[in-house]
Design a protein around this ligand. Sequence first.
Ligand code: RAM
Length: 347
Amino acid sequence: MKQLKKLALIVLCLVMAMAFLTCKGSGGEQAASGGPLKIYFIPKDSVNPYFYAIDVGFKEAIAELGADKFEYIYTGPATAGPTDQIEYIEAAVQNKAFAVFVSANHDSALNRTFDDARAAGVNVFIMNQDIPGSEDHRDAAIMPASFANVGPLLIELMGQQMGYSGDFAILSATTDAPDQNAWIDGIKQALTDSKYANMNLVTVVYGDDQPEKSTTEMEALLTQYPNLKGVIAPTAAGIPACAKVLQTRRLSGQVKLTGLGLPSTMLEFVKDGTCESFALWNPPYEGYLATYLVDAIANKGYKPTPGSSFEAGKLGTVSVESNGQILTLKDLMVYDASNIDEYAPLF
Ligand code: RAM
């Protein structure tokens, strides 16, 4: 009898272990069974047009690699709150995602959700940025460009426009955004260079990546700082809102404007002189690279470990940095009257 009980216990343990392994391997299994790979892209929020530009790249690569091989889902919260993305990540896990690409709104608030997703066999990637201090909770981070280059470039563009002298402000997105905060730190650091000694950062305000709030914050800046000579808006949702305020108030050229933006939404403001120059990378490349990464993992046994590399179609061989980041590009591009017509139709 005792022997029988022991045997039953062993069988039970084996069954449980198998069930656990099956559950853990849910993402990978899709690859093994040949079903379409479920890729989720969860932007900071679902209404910011910046993320539609990344979406374009996913679709381009999926068309190249075979539409029947993937099931691609673009979904996210209406607002960019620190924990707003949790339910979307959980739904992706429930739906047996192979990989989730998340543009996180906080550097640590999603850690437990990421851990649970990875324990369930889902590949977790941070998209368009990283989660500083929480790198252990993701498999890799797709970076649009080297973040070290953002602050120095934006302060230089602002300096050129405002003659390297006077008060300027920063209009950011949400207060907790890891990317925005990294860039703001970079701007502050670059400002310590003696070249910028006469430039004075008066304040940082937050438009939450929403056109209405960005507009209100920009108007408040102009009222509160009548001597303001410039604004840096490192947000694709914020910079056109700032430009519109300047245009409406007939302040184009008097209060200078630069930052990060989409050429498509900045075209009219470059044309009328409201914004002489701004910067960005190539958002579609990020979605494109992400899809090739999924394909390499699922179909070529690739693991995105530091120092390793994979083939990403037209982007060539792409490697993983020692910190687990994958750079889509190194440098940013500057857009102005000389090239805006070329890029505005693209993104
Ligand atoms: C905003 C978002 C995003 C950033 C772009 C440039 O819309 O904050 O994360 O990369 O702008």
